[in-house]
Design a protein around this ligand. Structure first.
Ligand code: AMP
Ligand code: GLY
Length: 409
């Protein structure tokens, strides 16, 4: 197969990497890709949301399978457009992507199908929303109902903070005209449960845990994710079965009954609370950085799996390695706020492991930083402790003046 991967981050590098090991793969293209991906695929300078440009490219180059990474491309309707032209594409339709892009759609779906999540109400009037918060225990979780680049969730500890967030979202329309979802605050460790889904058929992947805060000890602002590991010692076999049978599988069935079946990845952002496992959010795509520690464990031919999920064919039985895996993100100083690009990176020859590129490019023969999250070092070993030791040793071989990372993944 000729395969086109859409996106240009660490997640897409991991996807290209696993596809490059497939016997079914003839050639891989990646749009737009990055400097690391360019070693394993031919990069194409097209934006991930340039649906018409990507479609023309796929037709011209005889693409047999397109794999969509980023949510923005899915929300732009790339899957609908490719399918209308008879092309095989891994990813959800625009309607199905609402499970991620609309918090209210996701909450309603969970309420109607008895999927455990925090109690909530949705509002578009500032006064009504404030009144609701007044009558619930603090802290209040206030979420903008739409895509807000990870900045749309406020955990308000006081009424003043809740008031400010609601003014921001409903009166000043900071992210555009929209609604807010207000939900009860839950506590416990979070984890990511990703599954391949085609309609009501659900094929689970190993669990992983992300680290969303920028700095050690879960301090600092929320980021896209600063590192991940698998497996998860705090999740029991019962927790796993519960999550699969009462959350991921019913969610897939619910989407079928809503008329928008899933044909890609369903990502459950889950929390283990003292009352059981609850959904914090669903995503309609592979998680980043979780994918970089999970996909390397796939032993089954990835191109066959992706193609079968995309086309509704028979998905081969998935075989996974259970090797403990730890991945650490190296990010540009300043990230997730403003940061500079173009700093030289030297990956020492002693670096011994997988290095996924998240935001890099070549400049006159030199590898340089080109994003907020720049690199992700991934190591496997017989135990999590050993994998962690290995990954940090490898990071020590990377020279760059402008990168920071967490020491406690
Ligand atoms: P979301 O974008 O919905 O994943 O929310 C971002 C982050 O906010 C989550 O990863 C949680 O750490 C936190 N969060 C969201 N909803 C809740 C909740 N109901 N209770 C506690 N924390 C939450
Ligand atoms: N790692 C969180 C996400 O992909 O949304």
């Amino acid at each position: 197969m000729n395969i086109l991967v859409i996106g240009g981050g660490g997640r897409e590098h991991a996807i290209v990497d696993v596809l490059s090991r497939s016997k079914r793969t003839e050639k891989i293209y990646c749009a737009p890709g990055n400097a690391g991906i360019a070693r394993q695929a031919e990069c194409v300078p097209l934006k991930d949301t340039d649906v018409e440009g990507l479609l023309a490219f796929a037709k011209e180059h005889g693409i047999d399978l397109t794999v969509v990474g980023p949510e923005a491309a899915l929300a732009a309707g790339i899957v609908n457009r490719f399918r209308a032209e008879g092309l095989a594409v891994f990813g959800h339709t625009q309607a199905a992507t609402r499970i991620e892009s609309s918090k209210e759609f996701a909450k309603q779906l969970m309420a109607e199908h008895d999927i455990p999540t925090a109690a909530y109400r949705a509002f578009n009037q500032y006064e009504d929303a404030l009144e609701y918060v007044r009558n619930r225990p603090l802290p209040a979780v206030i979420k903008y109902d739409g895509l807000a680049a990870g900045k749309g969730v406020i955990i308000a500890q006081t009424m003043d903070e809740a008031d400010a967030a609601l003014r921001d979202m409903l009166l000043d329309a900071r992210f555009g005209e929209g609604r807010v979802v207000i939900e009860d605050y839950l506590e416990g460790p979070e984890f990511s449960f990703m599954c391949f889904v085609n309609g009501d058929r659900v094929y689970p992947m190993p669990l992983a845990q992300d680290h969303k805060r920028a700095f050690d000890g879960d301090k600092g602002p929320n980021t896209g994710g600063m590192g991940a590991y698998t497996p998860l010692p705090f999740i029991t076999a019962e927790d796993y079965e519960f999550a699969l049978q009462h959350i991921l599988e019913p969610a897939a069935r619910a989407m079928v009954s809503e008329g928008c079946p899933l044909t890609g990845v369903l990502y459950g952002g889950l929390m283990k609370t003292k009352d059981g496992i609850r959904v914090i959010e669903f995503n309609a795509r592979f998680g980043d950085p979780e994918t970089e520690v999970v996909l390397p464990l796939l032993k089954t031919d990835a191109a066959e799996v992706f193609y079968a999920v995309a086309t509704g064919g028979d998905v081969p039985e998935l075989e996974w390695s259970d090797k403990p895996t730890v991945g650490v993100v190296m990010a540009a100083n300043g990230y997730p706020a403003a940061y500079n690009k173009g700093f030289a990176i030297d990956v020492g020859s002693q670096y011994d492991g997988v290095l996924y590129h998240m935001g890099t490019r070549m400049e006159g023969g030199q590898l340089v930083t080109n994003g907020g999250r720049v690199l992700m070092a991934v190591s496997q070993a017989d135990t999590l402790d050993e994998a962690r030791e290995k990954v940090y040793k490898n990071i020590g071989h990377i020279r760059c003046d402008n990168l920071f990372y967490r020491h406690d993944i």
